[in-house]
Unconditional design. Structure first.
Length: 127
């Protein structure tokens, strides 16, 4: 990894971030350009890694399929319950099978019902 001083492009208002050819660029917290070669995984993903990725992908897809009113209720629930996470993150916590009791408690404390419009969590294999 090599840290470069700010280039002329940064002074002109462009910010180099992302991948270009075999290199990855980003700006460090010290406002310096960092460049390194892209790395690729040596082994393919395992069955459990694929299953976990599919679980999160499916939960995000289900969030996008919710009506705007239901999504708004999830956001209101997280805000009114004074949680430090967003409604989307609370929804993902519920969908991945960990937060049913948390959401029920938040519903009871705030009076906002979200589970009746949402459906059951994703039934994936547990390790």
């Amino acid at each position: 990894m090599k840290t470069l001083r700010p280039s002329i492009f940064q002074f002109l208002g462009t910010n180099t971030n992302g991948d270009a050819g075999p290199y990855t660029f980003y700006t460090s917290h010290r406002k310096r350009l960092v460049v390194f070669l892209k790395t690729w995984p040596k082994d393919p993903a395992t069955y459990h890694q694929k299953l976990n990725r599919d679980k999160w992908r499916h939960a995000a897809l289900r969030w996008r399929c919710l009506t705007p009113a239901t999504r708004h209720n999830w956001t209101r629930l997280a805000t009114r319950a004074n949680l430090t996470i967003s409604g989307y993150n609370l929804y993902l916590h519920y969908m991945t099978g960990k937060g049913t009791e948390t959401v029920r408690t938040c519903e009871r404390l705030t009076g906002i019902a979200v589970l009746e419009d949402t459906g059951p969590p994703i039934p994936y294999l547990k390790r």
